[in-house]
Each structure stands twice: as C-alpha cells, then as structure tokens.
Design a protein around this ligand. Sequence first.
Ligand code: ADP
Ligand code: MG
Length: 276
Amino acid sequence: MEKTNIIETQGATKIYTSSELTVKAVDEVSIGVKAGEFVGLVGPSGSGKTTMLAMLATLLRPTDGRLLIDGQDLVTMSDRERTRFRRQKIGFTFQANNLVPYLTALENVELMLRLNGTNGKTGRQRAEALLTRLGLGDRLDNLPAQLSGGQQQRVAIARSLIHNPSVVLADEPTANLDTERANQVVGIFADLIHEEKRAGIMVTHDLRMCRYVDKVIQMVDGKIARVVTERSEIDLLAGSSEFDRLAPGSTDERQSPASLSSPRLKAPIPAFAGGD
Ligand code: ADP
Ligand code: MG
C-alpha cells in the first residue's frame, strides 16, 4: 500500500516584495515526505531553502500554492489555528537556536510540553532521555550560556522532538558542529526520525550529511533542480563532496560569523560525552 505523505506541497510559491524589488524565493515547489522519511534539502545560498522551511513551519504564508501537513491545509488556517497546529505538530530548529537564556537545558526542552499543557513526570523523563541520547546527560542543569554552540544546537534538536511532532524541520543543524560531532548528531537525528516515524526535512550546505537521509532535494533559484532517491546515488553525492578536502574541524568559510567566533576544535573528538 502506498503510504500517504505527511508533508505535501503543490506549487508552493513565495514572492517577497519590497518597495524596490520583488524576489521569487520559492517558485512552484511540489514535494512529498512520508512518515519515517528523512529528506535532505540542499542548494546554493539564496536558493529558497529557508523560505521553504519557514512556510512548512507555518511561520510564513505562501504567495501561492498549497501546503499540507497530516492532510491539513496550512494556507486556509487562521493565525490562531496555525499557532496551535505549530505547537502540536511541528518541531523545528533554525540556525539561531532561540533557547531561553534563563532556563536550563532540560527546562528549555520541557518548555515545548508546557506550551502544549502536556508536561509532567513522563515528559521530564522523555526530555532527560532525549538530551542524554544527544550526549548532554551531564548538562541537563546548565543554562545556554554555560554550553558551547554545538551543545546549544543539540538542546534545540531535543526541543524540536520532545512533543512528538509529526513533522521535524531543521535548518543547518550542524552549522556550529565540528565534522565528527555533526555526523553523530545527524546520525541520531535520523535514527529518531526513522524510529518515531516522523517526516523530517534537514537543510544543509554540507553534502556529506546526505548519507543519513533517504532522499535529497536540490533547489536552485527557488525551483527544484534535482531529486535523488536511489541509495547509491545519495551515497555518491555524500561521498563526492568538496568538503572532503577539508580536514575535520578545519574552518569552513561558509560558516556564519557567530560560529567562527566560537572556539573551534583543532582535532577530531574520540568520545561523544565530553564538552565541546
Ligand atoms: P536559502 O535558505 O537557500 O539561502 P532563502 O530562503 O533564505 O534561501 O532566500 C531565498 C531568496 O529570498 C534570496 O534571494 C533571499 O535574498 C530572499 N529573501 C529571503 N528572505 C527575505 C525577506 N524577508 N525579504 C526579502 N527577500 C528575502
Ligand atoms: Mg537558509
């Protein structure tokens, strides 16, 4: 039996208009993502990846086209319905992790449950288990300021999964991580999406991370340029990456200024549990 799509877009289009200029950031994009399917969204800077994710996260309304999650039409929902829907059905991490500075790692993750009125003892246990799985078992009571950029990013990933969302969206979740940790984090993220049967989309500029996804969608100038579904082709894409020339932990010019200013690791880390 053909599985139905959890995420589905039909001709999704977003045009930004300002006084001087209009930009067609997303141009008639149609995609489908099933339960337990993890999709990599790749493409050059400015190709519309973040705009696409923001529309799916119900943070941005499309100019045209349809967007459906769990069969529900995101376009026709009122703002109030969208907020409620977002809290219950969608988990997301964006490049800026937006952790609450005066809450601990554990409290930041539990906050999602509190917003939905579903926190409690089992919620706390699940939050602890998720953070531990992401290598932060000894950091539960730390404030974001006491965590490295990479650790904060992992808290944000735990927060995006805690409320059992149907859909998980991540924009460059490895931007602040060294190579080895990026592999570990995306590997666990992929496992959780597969095990818990969520529909996941990860935007990444690092093609090597595509080894963890089931499908690669490449965007160019707001349009889908290529969809790769064959395992062998995905692995080829992940292996042939230009990033292979960079040693683990070396500085990547495409990283954001914020991550460049944080202390960088000089060598690969042998174990996952320590601080970075
Ligand atoms: P990507 O994430 O692939 O780098 P974006 O979705 O951020 O791409 O941007 C796609 C295009 O839309 C770019 O040309 C960008 O400059 C433009 N853009 C993004 N956000 C806005 C905005 N709020 N107002 C106007 N133009 C925008
Ligand atoms: Mg972007």
